[in-house]
Design a protein around this ligand. Sequence first.
Ligand code: NAP
Length: 137
Amino acid sequence: MQKAIVRVICAIGRSGQMGLDGRLPWEGNRSPDYKADVARFFDITRGHVLAAGPRTIASVPDFARADRELFVLRSSMDPEATLARFSGRVVFIGGGPPVWDAYARFVSHWDITRLPYDGPADRWFDPRWLQAGGSRS
Ligand SMILES: NC(=O)c1ccc[n+]([C@@H]2O[C@H](COP(=O)([O-])OP(=O)(O)OC[C@H]3O[C@@H](n4cnc5c(N)ncnc54)[C@H](OP(=O)(O)O)[C@@H]3O)[C@@H](O)[C@H]2O)c1
């Protein structure tokens, strides 16, 4: 059976900021860098599966719900069995951090945009995600 192709596309601030109060820390910023990042996210995920935790899926705007398959990941789900449902498809693991903790080991491609944001956050990028799946012995 073909496996799912598991990818991540995310954006971080200058020191790894990812979220604030359930939203993107830079939400509402209409500067070109931020607008381009959001447009690129929806462009690249179009037609594919976007699987993420309940808060992240709830934040997907209505306009983006028709042309990609949204799938809510729950902590009760087994990651391997969940990905097996999407055999042969491209699945973007959309976060938040506890979801990446669990799914990082399956990811073959990380696409991380670093934005010029330098403010507060309550969700952070963890560089250990990039090394998940191996061992250091
Ligand atoms: N900068 C970016 O690119 C980016 C991307 C995504 C999100 N964000 C930001 O991150 C924040 C949202 O993330 P969040 O973590 O607060 O909420 P979330 O998206 O709901 O993700 C976390 C939840 O996912 C569920 N989950 C599913 N599978 C899991 C597993 N195997 N292990 C553990 N938990 C699992 C858990 O909820 P249950 O236990 O209820 O199932 C957990 O509480 C927002 O601020 C959002 O803007 C930023």
